[in-house]
Each structure stands twice: as structure tokens, then as C-alpha cells.
Design a protein around this ligand. Structure first.
Ligand code: KMH
Ligand code: ZN
Length: 273
């Protein structure tokens, strides 16, 4: 089995310091949280950025500055900007997160629309998916295919047949978010069984599903994502001290299940970037 690539989603667009004071907003905080995740074994930083007051933004300059600060703090780390941004942002606004130099090696590409609680809808139309993919391929950015449900895998495979999405395919199964597939083991098995041989996958469990998802991934030969974007607790009722603590726990689980952790350069080989 390949080594396990650990991704840290250090910030997100939704979680706040009021929920967990370790959520980073400033560039210095982003770099420090990325470093803690990297020290614990993260090879990839899934990146959202905020203005200093915590407001999410997809501003290209802010992303460039954050990526530079993170790369300086974490030599060799892979920075993966989010093109998901926050609910309500326009497509153009969201795609700005990859428009900085040097270009990122990867970025998230959300592969379908879903309810996001209350009246919120996280909009990812097929035209958006095609346009985002086209810009990523033009810039040499590997899309991490974010799928929140099995139907989104089917969308990816259809768009691959039509030439809009290209192999090698690398999926991220987001399990347990309201509006998407739930996070039971059977859900994971269904998702994993629905991707083609040769595709790689990472697993993200939302909230209390975070660490079970690491175990699913470790056992099945996949990769895993943890971080304050997805979950703020180390265990039931215990707030995580930060992304470092979440990554350390993920690494412990993966190692106990027989998986070694990939360095950033090993992650590049596995992902073909
Ligand atoms: N913040 C969510 C609306 C991604 O990063 O690509 C979207 C999200 C997905 O976080
Ligand atoms: Zn994200």
C-alpha cells in the first residue's frame, strides 16, 4: 500500500474563533497552524483564507501571501487552495484563489451542488465545474475532486468521458456533512467502490466522523484529511488545541492500522504532481 497522505484543512470558511480559538485568521496564524500540522505529518495544506477580522475571502493577493507564508514555514509542503470558498460567493470570486504565482500544485474542485443547512445552497453547476477544471488544467493545477455524494462521482466520470476532467483522478470523499452522504462505513464503502481502478482518494469526515474516516481511509489504502475546517473537537466534548493535535491523532490512527505517513515529496509522487 502507498503511504498515507495527510491533508490538514486548517481554517475553512465557516468555523470561527468563537467556536475554537485556534482557528487561524491572520497570515501569521495561518503559517503557525500550518507548521503545527506539518510537524505532525501533514503533507498537504487545504487552504481557505480570511481577512484579519475572520471574514472569508477568495482574494488572489491574500491567497498568494498566505501560500508564501505557509511555504516559508513548512518547507516543501503542498498548498491546496480551496475554490469552494464560502456559500454565496460568485464563481469568478471563488476561482480567484488559484490566480497567484508561483501557481499552486493542487486545488479543490467541488463536483456538485448541495444543501448546506437552513436556506443555504453550495452551488456548483456543471458549467462551473467545467470552467473551474479548464482553468486548473490550463495552469497545471491538479484538481482534488470534492465529492459529497455518490452522484457527484457519477458527474465526474461523465465529465471525464467528455474530456472536461482528465486522469489521473484524485477524489476527496466528504462524509457526514448535512446535505451530503452520511459518514457510516457503508457510505464510505459505496463511495470507494464507485471510483475507477487507478483513481486515488482521500477521506474527510465532518464533525464526529473525522477520526472514523481516517480509519476507513487507512484500512482501504486511501488518504485522509483532518483539520479545524471539518471538526473542532479532539474527542467528544474536548476542543482540539489546534490543527497539530488533530493531525497527531490522525497519524496515530493511521500508524496503528499499519500505514506510514507520506512526506510532501512522496505525496507528489503518489499524486503525479
Ligand atoms: N466552505 C464550503 C462552502 C472546498 O473547500 O472546496 C466549501 C468548501 C469546499 O469548503
Ligand atoms: Zn474547504
Amino acid at each position: 500500500m502507498d503511504k498515507l497522505i495527510l491533508t490538514a484543512a486548517i481554517c475553512g470558511a465557516e468555523t470561527t474563533k468563537a467556536q475554537n480559538p485556534a482557528v487561524p485568521y491572520t497570515l501569521a496564524e495561518l503559517a503557525a497552524e500550518a507548521r503545527r500540522a506539518y510537524d505532525a505529518g501533514a503533507a498537504v495544506i487545504h487552504l481557505h483564507v480570511r481577512w484579519d477580522d475572520g471574514t472569508p475571502t477568495q482574494d488572489a493577493t491574500r491567497f498568494g501571501e498566505a501560500a508564501a507564508a505557509i511555504r516559508a514555514a513548512c518547507p516543501g509542503v503542498i498548498v491546496q487552495p480551496s475554490t469552494g470558498g464560502a456559500v454565496g460567493m460568485t464563481a469568478e470570486e471563488r476561482l480567484a484563489s488559484i490566480e497567484f504565482d508561483p501557481a499552486p500544485e493542487m486545488a479543490s474542485l467541488d463536483c456538485g451542488t448541495l444543501n448546506f443547512g437552513g436556506d443555504e445552497i453550495f452551488v456548483n453547476t456543471e458549467s462551473m465545474i467545467k470552467a473551474f477544471a479548464a482553468r486548473m488544467y490550463e495552469k497545471g493545477v491538479l484538481p482534488e475532486l470534492e465529492v459529497f455524494d455518490k452522484s457527484m462521482i457519477d458527474t465526474v466520470l461523465r465529465l471525464e468521458r467528455k474530456g472536461f476532467i482528465k486522469a489521473p483522478l484524485h477524489f476527496n470523499f466528504a462524509l457526514g456533512i448535512a446535505g451530503g452522504i452520511s459518514g457510516e462505513m457503508r457510505d464510505f464503502t459505496f463511495m470507494q467502490g464507485s471510483i475507477p481502478a487507478g483513481a486515488s482518494f482521500s477521506v474527510t469526515g465532518i464533525g464526529r466522523r473525522e477520526f472514523p474516516a481516517v480509519a476507513y481511509a487507512a484500512l482501504a489504502g486511501g488518504h485522509a484529511r483532518v483539520g479545524l475546517e471539518d471538526n473542532i473537537y479532539l474527542e467528544k466534548g474536548v476542543l482540539a488545541a489546534g490543527n497539530g493535535a488533530l493531525c497527531e491523532k490522525a497519524v496515530r490512527i493511521a500508524r496503528e492500522l499499519g500505514r506510514s505517513i507520506a512526506s510532501p515529496s512522496e505525496a507528489r509522487d503518489i499524486l503525479h504532481i
